[in-house]
Design a binder for this molecule. Structure first.
Ligand SMILES: [Fe+2]
Length: 360
């Protein structure tokens, strides 16, 4: 009897919740080394280039030799899916160039050396937490690197050629409500011909002159607040979503009969949600509808964790454990560099390995 009690207490401690937001600090030497490795990937063309994947992997392995025990433990905790937001600080500045008043066209910006270097650094940082940089075939033109900036209007100030209809995506200046990144079919394992949602997204800022923050809402406290019956109702396929504006034209679609939460043996729970794209299926039960309302209310009542990115920092958001959102863009010179990461637990549908392209 005593044994049984001890054993159950031990196994409970395994599920003890770690702090959801953690910071990893690079020392000067480590940061220099990371910069050198990033440079080597930028030279061959950045994360999109064949061979970048191997270089990022080798760089991460090499960097790990110089890390302290505490640093390694923090990376492992994120890698194991137990942290909502991992902040990297102490990174080297990448460029002294100031942003132009008007951003150039996307392709011009994407091919800048400093952008490639920052993207390469993101790819290595993802690899430090056992995430592989990847792209979906039907999103972001099949490219790994996405620049998050107001190219399509909707910000506080108009851009040149401000369009009439604003796209609700990271290429506009609109405020974006709490969401995880699409696609929303499944979270960890591929299902019905769709790869899972991104496990992670990493962001760093090439320019953020207005010091505009990125907001993150860890889900564990929200789920605890709404209670077990509501959480169970969120695991039913009672929800639908609308197509994302970042999808390649003619590809990707609306979805029906998906869940918001799922239980997973490796990470506990995994979530998919978008406050401006999801809704409860019309014919679904009142239990499910009220669970959805409770989730929306719980999210709305949460004060997000705000982080202001610079060139010297990066954040990795756990896309199955946390939501993110942002206010309307106030300074149109703001440019973030984003890459999706796939965790060691995810099983996707692979189209090509190098660079890693998945069926969405
Ligand atoms: Fe997003």
């Amino acid at each position: 009897m005593t044994d049984a009690v001890t054993q159950s207490t031990d196994s409970l401690s395994y599920f003890k919740q770690p702090q959801e937001v953690r910071t990893f600090n690079f020392d000067t030497q480590q940061s220099k080394q990371l910069h050198t490795f990033s440079d080597e990937i930028a030279i061959i063309g950045g994360p999109q280039a064949t061979g970048a994947r191997t270089k990022a992997s080798l760089a991460a392995t090499e960097l790990k030799f110089s890390l302290s025990k505490d640093q390694c433990e923090l990376l492992n905790a994120y890698s194991d899916g137990l942290i909502s937001l991992l902040i990297f600080e102490g990174l080297q500045k990448i460029t002294d160039a100031s942003p132009p008043d008007e951003l150039p066209d996307l392709p011009l910006l994407e091919n800048r050396y400093d952008v490639l270097c920052m993207a390469a650094r993101n790819q290595i940082l993802l690899k430090l937490v056992d995430n592989r940089a990847f792209a979906y075939d039907m999103d972001n033109e099949g490219q790994l690197v996405r620049l998050v900036a107001n190219f399509k209007g909707g910000g506080l100030k108009k851009i040149n050629a401000e369009p009439e209809i604003k796209e609700l995506s990271s290429h506009s200046g609109l405020a974006l409500g709490p969401h995880t990144e699409a696609p929303y079919w499944c979270a960890i394992d591929a299902k019905d011909g769709h790869s899972p949602a991104p496990s992670s997204l990493i962001l760093s800022a090439l320019w953020n002159p207005g010091l505009e923050p990125t907001s993150v809402i860890p889900l564990p406290p929200v789920l605890e607040k709404i209670g077990v019956t509501n959480c169970l109702a969120l695991t039913t396929g009672g929800f639908q979503f609308t197509r994302s504006d970042s999808f390649v034209s003619g590809k990707g679609e609306d979805g029906r009969n998906v869940s918001i939460l799922e239980f997973n043996d490796k990470v506990g729970f995994a979530a998919r949600f978008n406050s401006y794209r999801f809704s409860a299926n019309e014919g679904t039960s009142n239990f499910v509808k009220s669970a959805y309302a409770a989730l929306c209310q719980g999210v709305a009542e949460t004060t997000p964790y705000e982080y202001t990115l610079t060139q010297e920092s990066a954040i990795i958001i756990n896309n199955v454990r946390a939501l993110h959102c942002r206010d309307v863009i106030k300074d149109n010179r703001r440019v973030l560099v984003r890459i999706f990461g796939l965790s060691k637990f995810s099983s996707p549908l692979v189209i090509s390995e190098d660079p890693l392209l998945l069926r969405g």
